[in-house]
Design a protein around this ligand. Structure first.
Ligand code: PEP
Ligand code: MG
Length: 325
């Protein structure tokens, strides 16, 4: 019998053969936080800080940001929140920030690239985050890291701000985790030292998929052309999961695909053990995971791969229908 989503709320996302998967929610506005408890999310795996910047006409002040981040942490009531620093550029343009005209904004001056080249706003944001913690644990991640040095430089900025806060006599977070978003294929092949330095890695599947297939996620002509269940993409995710596992780096997946039950199942089969998605997807994804045996899923996916299928979707869907999941 299929369990209703409400009955599932307080149950773990665990497969029939006992594989436990962490499910968190994505958020971007204070208004998203009330979904935390009813959705059953274990925390906020991706908090998109740029949304608060996008809905305004002027740059927010540090005090305003600090108050906002503090309210978010308060509303999360002790569940972890992972704040992603400003991810602007490409599809997200701030009306009050002068930007160069770029021929290819998705491949352009965006996210951490802007933060490192013009550190003023990033420093202010880091100060606001550190102060908002008021001694509580804090998780910060940097978007769109393409090579090790970018992560190291951004992480050093956090440490400089910590020292600055301490000099001012301010409380600093009890525990600080600094992670990177893996959104460009290059980062998957970074040196081992990168994976050891990162406290965690979060795969931004929307961007990663766009760059993996060289297919613009904003372009209706190509955005649905390549399946997430394409064998090449799944193998790539599998390799990233294995590498993170070998090097001891916690990894999660936070693109839109994490919230689609069949895609989520395939990602878990490839080794992902933490997913972050919009709150309404948590119930459906949990139900899917609880209804399958992961070793069986792996057998079905591997058979489809071995037979030369381009996507494992047809085989996976046929099997899910067969078992009534
Ligand atoms: C992603 O790229 O998958 C992601 C989570 O970030 P965004 O969609 O905000 O680019
Ligand atoms: Mg992204």
């Amino acid at each position: 019998a299929q369990e209703a989503y409400s009955e599932l709320r307080d149950k773990p996302a665990v497969t029939r053969d006992g594989v436990r998967v962490g499910l968190q929610m994505n958020a971007g506005l204070m208004a998203d936080l009330p979904s935390l408890t009813p959705s059953g999310a274990e925390g906020v795996g991706l908090y998109r800080t740029e949304l608060a910047f996008l809905v305004r006409r002027t740059v927010p002040k540090r005090g305003e940001l600090m108050a906002l981040y503090k309210r978010i942490l308060d509303a999360a009531g002790g569940k972890p929140v992972t704040f992603r620093t400003l991810d602007i550029g490409s599809d997200k343009v701030l009306p009050y920030m002068k930007r160069p005209d770029e021929p290819n904004p998705a491949l352009g001056w965006r996210a951490i690239r802007v933060g490192l080249d013009r550190p003023g706003v990033m420093r202010m944001q880091l100060q606001a985050l550190l102060r908002a913690a008021e001694g509580r644990p804090m998780n910060i991640m940097f978007p769109f890291v393409a090579q090790f040095d970018e992560f190291r430089a951004a992480r050093d900025m956090v440490f400089r701000e910590i020292e600055h806060e301490q000099r001012l006599g301010h409380k600093v977070p009890a525990r600080l985790s600094i992670g990177a978003m893996l959104e460009t294929p290059s980062l998957a092949f970074a040196p081992d030292q990168f994976f050891r330095m990162a406290d965690f890695i979060s795969i931004g599947g929307n961007d990663l998929k766009q760059f993996f297939f060289a297919a613009d996620r904003e372009n209706e002509l190509v955005r649905r052309r390549y399946d997430t269940l394409n064998v090449s993409f799944l193998s790539f995710i599998e390799q990233i999961a294995a590498r993170c596992d070998r090097l001891g780096t916690p990894v999660s997946f936070c693109g839109e695909d994490a919230g689609r039950p069949v895609e989520a199942l395939a990602l878990v089969t490839m080794g992902m053990r933490n997913l972050s998605m919009r709150p309404a997807s948590i119930g459906p994804v949990k139900r899917m995971l609880r209804s399958v045996d992961l070793s069986e899923t792996r057998r079905v996916i591997n058979a489809a791969r071995a037979s030369g299928d381009q996507s494992v979707r047809p085989a996976l869907m046929a099997w899910l229908r067969e078992i009534g999941a």
